[in-house]
Structures are given as structure tokens and as C-alpha cells.
Write a protein that binds this ligand. Structure first.
Ligand SMILES: [Zn+2]
Length: 378
């Protein structure tokens, strides 16, 4: 997914301490604590208690703090000369415009918000607007069941779509905001149901942004192990694919990253290439205990077979050959949400090229995503 790529354009906002390649969970936690000291009211607690994905919770927090880099904000900071909305051409793209006034958004909300509450829904200040939607599902919603998750999913879908329009127009797919957010909503509902995490109107958590209660988040590897996250990317039109991945230590620190264009292949082959390249990197670095996190269930199924004879794919045979060496490798399934950094890396090389990139240090374009993982695992 390209969605989170532009979640936070100004990484300084959530600060990342990346001096000398140190990127610790501790620094993330401390910075979060500092920034949370001044916020203690009910609205913040409601956001902190958001049941959905950590990434959406972080985003809601930024929206409530008015820290999203909208075009209006970019103009204010002299980063841009026009505050125009790229989706509808309106003169000023503010947060209010993106999430409530842009015609595409109005159409989405119209079908979901009670008619007699429309004016209030459209005019509340953003912090109170978020609080009321998350904590009082029956207030605005025609269908209140899991409205907190649905509301969060819609806002997130609007923001990621908006970012795609501006920063990455090639990635825009045909999914409508309604479809995308419904898919995301159902995903989060299923996760909550699995974890026995029914909604709670009164979050009892102090501070802001506690670690996520969903398991769709990056978890650091055990002591003495490293974690390799890998992913493939593929253009459905041309069939050109790429793979990427990264290795982190138990403190979440960067060890190595890579991205490679792999020519024309199937989606599963691009994922397998990612596993292969990641293992090669780990082996070259002399790492002996590696947890490999993959978000493709098909790949895991393939690699859990006892031998490669059942597979006709050469790449599978290469992987089995690597696995037979003297080291310990564990495969784990990753939720797509917790594999966003690997996904971004895979998409960082030009498809159809011969590009092969090794990242000794984390590249700037994944800082925000690394930070999200870091907060989730802390
Ligand atoms: Zn607009």
C-alpha cells in the first residue's frame, strides 16, 4: 500500500531522533511522553482509546492538533504558492475542506450522517468533531455500530487518497473512498472481534497514544534475533515487479535495507524475490537468527512445505538452498499494516529498471513509517 507514504510530510513534527543511525524505541517513547504532558482532556483520551489501527490513531491525533500538512498549511509555511485543492479546484485546501467540504467528501458523509445533525456535523471544531464521533456513535451516524472505526477509516481513506492525488498520482486506483474505507473498517472490526476488544466509550488510558491494541503492528524481534520485513510490489498493467525489505534489531534499530527491481513476474514471485534478497543480505551481514516477516499467506504456505520439489519456481529452490545453511530462520505472517516500511522500500525502485539499492542508513522517505512502527512496538 502506498497510502501511508505521505502521512507526515514534516517528520520533525513527531521528531525522529536519527543521529548516528540510532533510532531507538526509547527516544520515541520519551518524545511522545514530552508532547503528551500538556494534553489531558477528555478529547485526547478518546483519541488515545481509538480501537483501530495505530497508524489511524496517530493520524487522528495529528488532525486534532491541526498538524496535518494541508495545502493551506504548506502555503502558510512558504512551501507552496497556491493552497488550491487538487481534487476539486477550490481555492483553499484546509483540513476542514479535505475532511468535510470537498464535494467528494460531502457525498460520502451524506449517506452516513443523520439529516437533522448535518449542520452540527459540518460546523463543529475539529477536536470536538473527532471526540463526538469516536465516543458517541449514535449522535451523528445513521448506522452507529462500530461508528468510531468507520469514522476513522473514512478520514484515513480521505487523507491517503488526497496524498496520492498530490504526491503520487500513478498510485491512485479505482477504489472509491467509500469502498476503501469500508474495507478498512471491516478489517478493523474483525481484528477487534478477534481480540475481544468491544467498544468502550470511556477510555481509561492516561496520556496520548498508548501502544496499539490491535496486532496489526510491528513487533520487535526477541533478544539475539533480528527481524527482516520484506514485501514485493508489482504493476498490474505491465507485470514489472520489485522487492524490498529491511532488517531491524530488537531495539527497532536499523541494520540494513534493500530494494531491487526484479523484472516481469507474478505477484507471488515478487514476494519470493523479497524473501530471497532479504535472506542474502542477512547472510552477508553474518546474522544467525532471523525472523522473516511476510504479509503474503501464499508465500508462507509455499515455504512451509518440507521441500522445494513441489514448487516449479526457481526462486523457491534458491530460497530453500539459503534456508539449508547453518543459521536459524523463522517465518512469521505480518499484517499489511505492520509491513508498510518494506512495502515503501519495494516501491522505491523504478520498475523495469536494473536498479538494486542497498540502504546502509534508513532513507528519508520512510522516516515517518519507521516512526509509526517504533511507537507501536514501544
Ligand atoms: Zn476539494
Amino acid at each position: 500500500m502506498k497510502i501511508a507514504f505521505n502521512l507526515i510530510r514534516n517528520v520533525d513534527h513527531l521528531w525522529v531522533r536519527v543521529h548516528d543511525r540510532t533510532f531507538s524505541v526509547r527516544s520515541a517513547y520519551e518524545a511522545l511522553r514530552d508532547s503528551s504532558l500538556s494534553v489531558s482532556n477528555a478529547a485526547w483520551k478518546v483519541i488515545a482509546g481509538f480501537r483501530g489501527l495505530q497508524r489511524i490513531k496517530t493520524f487522528l491525533w495529528l488532525l486534532a492538533k491541526d498538524r496535518l500538512l494541508t495545502n493551506a498549511e504548506r502555503v502558510r509555511r512558504h512551501l507552496l504558492s497556491s493552497a488550491r485543492c487538487e481534487a476539486c479546484g477550490a481555492a483553499v485546501e484546509s483540513a476542514q475542506h479535505i475532511f468535510r467540504e470537498c464535494p467528494i467528501v460531502v457525498a460520502v458523509w451524506k449517506g452516513l450522517i443523520k439529516h437533522d445533525k448535518w449542520v452540527e456535523f459540518m460546523s463543529l471544531g475539529s477536536l470536538e468533531w473527532i471526540r463526538r464521533n469516536l465516543s458517541s456513535p449514535t449522535h451523528f451516524a445513521i448506522t452507529p455500530a462500530d461508528w468510531d472505526l468507520h469514522f476513522g477509516a473514512i478520514l484515513w481513506s480521505l487523507w491517503t487518497r488526497r496524498n496520492a492525488i498530490i504526491f503520487d498520482p500513478d498510485s491512485i486506483d479505482m477504489l472509491s473512498v467509500s469502498d476503501r474505507s469500508r474495507w478498512l473498517w471491516e478489517d478493523m472490526r474483525a481484528t477487534c472481534a478477534l481480540e475481544g476488544n468491544p467498544r468502550s466509550d470511556h477510555a481509561s488510558i492516561d496520556g496520548v497514544l498508548p501502544s496499539s491494541r490491535t496486532n496489526a503492528r510491528w513487533v520487535s524481534p526477541p533478544m539475539d534475533w533480528v527481524k527482516l520485513n520484506v514485501d514485493g510490489a508489482r504493476d498490474h498493467g505491465t507485470g514489472f515487479a520489485a522487492c524490498g525489505g529491511l532488517i531491524r534489531d530488537p531495539d527497532g534499530r536499523w541494520v540494513r535495507g534493500f530494494a531491487r527491481s526484479v523484472g516481469i513476474c507474478s505477484p507471488i514471485e515478487s514476494e519470493l524475490w523479497a524473501v530471497h534478497e532479504g535472506l542474502v543480505q542477512a547472510w552477508v551481514l553474518g546474522l544467525k537468527r532471523v525472523v522473516v516477516e511476510v504479509d503474503s499467506a501464499s508465500v508462507l504456505r509455499l515455504l512451509s512445505q518440507h521441500s522445494c520439489r513441489e514448487s516449479s519456481m526457481t526462486i523457491v529452490q534458491h530460497i530453500f538452498s539459503l534456508l539449508s545453511r547453518d543459521w536459524s530462520i523463522k517465518f512469521v505472517h505480518a499484517y499489511r499494516e505492520s509491513n508498510a516500511v518494506a512495502d515503501s522500500l519495494a516501491k522505491s525502485v523504478a520498475l523495469g529498471s536494473l536498479e538494486f539499492r542497498i540502504f546502509v542508513d534508513p532513507p528519508h522517505f520512510i522516516f515517518a513509517l519507521l516512526q509509526v512502527d517504533c511507537m507501536a512496538s514501544g
